[in-house]
Design a protein around this ligand. Sequence first.
Ligand SMILES: Cc1cc2nc3c(=O)[nH]c(=O)nc-3n(C[C@H](O)[C@H](O)[C@H](O)COP(=O)(O)OP(=O)(O)OC[C@H]3O[C@@H](n4cnc5c(N)ncnc54)[C@H](O)[C@@H]3O)c2cc1C
Length: 401
Amino acid sequence: MTVSIWQQAHQEQETAYDVVVVGGGIVGCSTAYWLGQRAPSLDVALLEARTLGAEASGRNAGFVLQGTHADYRTDMEQYGEQTARRLWQFTRKNRDLLAAELHRTAFSWRADGSLVAAGTETEDKRLRASLPPLRTAGAPAVHLDAEETNARIGAAGFHGGLFVTTGAAVNPLHLVQHVAAESGADVHTQHPVDHVRWRGTGAVLETPDRHFRAPRVVFALGPALPALVPEASPYVRSVRAQMLATTPANSVRIPVPVYSHRGGFYVRQRDDRRLLVGGGRHSHREAEETSTDATTPAVQATIERYLHTHFPWSQSLAVEHRWSGTMGFSPDGRPVVGRVPGHPDGVFATGFTGHGMGYGFRMGRLLADMTCGDDAPEALDLFAAARFNDSVDKRSGTASN
Ligand SMILES: Cc1cc2nc3c(=O)[nH]c(=O)nc-3n(C[C@H](O)[C@H](O)[C@H](O)COP(=O)(O)OP(=O)(O)OC[C@H]3O[C@@H](n4cnc5c(N)ncnc54)[C@H](O)[C@@H]3O)c2cc1C
């Protein structure tokens, strides 16, 4: 396609802001929100390639869980007790901030708890072993035996479970839209940034329509981060997740979000009684290491098999909708936050490893603080990209979610 002289002049006109946030998912919108709270006098622009929540943030199951994709015992073994506890507390704060700061009805907030159901006896043992340290970390969790676990969610075949009273669920797309609307930022959708030109201070962000200039820039692009920040490519890879939705059931049988098989499957029932089910990737790992948005018969069949095995009454429900989304996975399963190498006016966050709703709103506050020059302790160690600098094999991710 050619560009006329009129169009070129329009494109090259630079629109100036104090901060530009790139990416209209939960993390970018939350950053814009917290910038508005912290420094209302700043002119903030949010640039989104498509529509708000176009990618994972508008395609997920809407679980707002605490902790990581793994059980707490595994987190302690992988990261150490202190880090596991800080991850729990960060995600708990995320949940509490969502409940306290926003208009909960705008995004169908449900806070009736969540259940981690054990798919095997071994998994149940780990859940039981997680309980004492979880309680020490302040988590309101109780262990349920197999009978009670299955009874609570109309299920069969689970070996036990951990019920967490602070688990919650949302309509993720409405949440993203609400957070953006409350942010006070100028939201520019259909503005893909295709080039970043760094300057002495800040950068010019080029979109096909026009250029934006700002002394400070936030990149919240999920798995697409390396396209604009190539230095971030060791920290994130694109992984696909698939889901389906059924026709409405006759009654509510699954009252809380359920996470099972070490995060391999997840299921919830919406207020309209439709079941939403996802996961199955662990049986198709290689094929799902992709950035292509498409469902596959193999993963969809795995999800249906899971549903019909553990919730036999669901066999009478037809599948009404199938979809997928791509997520940023980090090498060690923890989010990655940093300043762009050589350009400290640029900050980024990625690698939420299938749990961005559990981190995103609180992470936006952390990015807003960094943008204003305050690097919180979590930015300096817990999530710091610098933790990979000495790692032997940066790509050897252990995350199973
Ligand atoms: C099917 C599925 C189910 C999931 N279930 C859950 C769940 O229940 N709970 C949970 O906690 N997590 C879940 N996740 C993970 C969660 O959705 C993600 O971790 C989270 O949404 C990541 O948010 P983000 O803002 O970092 O990235 P994204 O949502 O990917 O947002 C990045 C945005 O940047 C935009 N963008 C990209 N490139 C450019 C560019 N060049 N210029 C401008 N804009 C650009 C994209 O269009 C996108 O809107 C699920 C994910 C999927 C796919």
